[in-house]
Design a protein around this ligand. Structure first.
Ligand code: 8X3
Length: 282
C-alpha cells in the first residue's frame, strides 16, 4: 500500500473561497504558475485556447500545442507562451513536443490533456468504424502518448498535475453518441487508473468533465459542418457554458495547494440539470 488518505477541509475551503476572486496579484503572493511551465493540448481554439490564456494569467509559461500552427503562433504571441505544433495521435510528434518542452527554462508543473473531439451522430447500427477509431485515437491514445512523454518532467518538478478534459459524455449514454461516449468513458477510466498508479508520487491527477459548452467548433466538427444540427444543440439555451467557464475550472484546480487533488469535476450550465434535461426558452 503506497498511499494513505486524509482530508484537508481548511485548505480546501480557503482555496474554494479563492475560486470566486481574481488571481493573486500582490507582490507578496507569487502567482501559482510563476516560473513554471504548463502544457496545453488542443490549444488552437475553444477550451484549449481559453485554458492557455487563463493559465498564462496565473503566471504559467504556457506551451500551447495543437495541429494548426498558425493559430498557435498568434495565441503564443498574445500570452507570451510557446507554440509547438503537434498531432497528439502521432507518437514521433509527441516525442518532439516533449523535447521542445525540455529545451525551455523552468519545471513542468501542469499538463492539460484537452485535445479531443467527436465525429458523427449515427446510431450504432450505421456508425462508421473509422469515426470511432478517430475518436478513440484523439480522446484516449493521444492523451496516453502525451502523458507518457511528459510524466518524467512532471515527476521531476516535485509538484505536477495531469488534468484531463473529459466530458459528461463519459458518465452517461445517449442515442447516436456511442462512439464519443465510449471514448470519453475511456478518458475517465484512464484518468482514474493513472491516479491509482501514481499514488504516493508528487503528481495530482484530475478530470474535468464539462457538459454543454458552446464553442465555435466542437459541434460543427461533430456534424461535419451542418449548421442546422449545430444550432439545434444550443436551441433556446440562453446561457450554455463557454470555453472560458471551463478554463476557469482548470485554472482553479492548477492553483490549489499541491496536496489537494480534485479527482473529478462535472460542470454544466445551470440550464442543463442532466444530459437530457435541458431548459430551452422556446
Ligand atoms: C460534449 C458534451 O453533451 O455533447 O463533451 O456529449 S455532449
Amino acid at each position: 500500500m503506497r498511499c494513505s488518505c486524509g482530508s484537508y477541509p481548511v485548505g480546501l475551503l480557503r482555496s474554494l473561497s479563492r475560486m470566486t476572486s481574481a488571481p493573486p496579484t500582490s507582490s507578496t503572493t507569487p502567482a501559482p504558475g510563476a516560473g513554471r511551465i504548463a502544457v496545453v493540448t488542443g490549444a488552437s481554439s475553444g477550451i484549449g485556447a481559453a485554458t492557455a490564456r487563463a493559465l498564462a494569467g496565473d503566471g504559467w509559461h504556457v506551451v500551447a500545442t495543437a495541429r494548426r500552427a498558425d493559430r498557435l503562433e498568434a495565441l503564443a504571441a498574445e500570452i507570451g507562451g510557446t507554440a509547438v505544433a503537434c498531432d497528439v495521435t502521432d507518437r514521433a510528434q509527441v516525442a518532439a513536443l516533449a523535447e521542445a518542452v525540455a529545451d525551455l527554462d523552468g519545471e513542468v508543473g501542469v499538463l492539460v490533456n484537452n485535445a479531443g473531439g467527436a465525429v458523427g451522430d449515427d446510431p450504432i447500427e450505421r456508425a462508421d468504424p473509422d469515426d470511432w477509431r478517430w475518436m478513440y485515437e484523439i480522446n484516449v491514445i493521444g492523451l496516453l502518448q502525451v502523458t507518457q512523454a511528459l510524466l518524467p518532467a512532471l515527476r521531476r518538478s516535485g509538484d505536477g498535475l495531469v488534468l484531463n478534459v473529459g466530458s459528461t459524455a463519459g458518465r452517461i449514454a445517449y442515442e447516436g453518441g456511442a462512439g464519443y461516449t465510449a471514448a470519453k468513458h475511456g478518458t475517465q477510466v484512464v484518468t482514474e487508473t493513472l491516479r491509482l498508479e501514481l499514488c504516493g508520487e508528487p503528481i495530482r491527477v484530475t478530470e474535468i468533465a464539462p457538459g454543454m459548452v458552446r464553442t465555435p467548433e466542437f459541434s460543427l466538427v461533430r456534424f461535419a459542418g451542418d449548421r442546422e444540427k449545430y444550432d439545434a444543440v444550443y436551441r433556446g439555451v440562453r446561457e450554455p457554458l463557454v470555453a472560458e467557464d471551463v478554463a476557469e475550472c482548470v485554472r482553479w484546480v492548477a492553483s490549489l495547494p499541491h496536496h489537494v487533488n480534485i479527482d473529478e469535476m462535472v460542470v454544466r450550465p445551470r440550464a442543463q440539470a442532466a444530459q437530457h434535461k435541458v431548459h430551452r426558452e422556446d
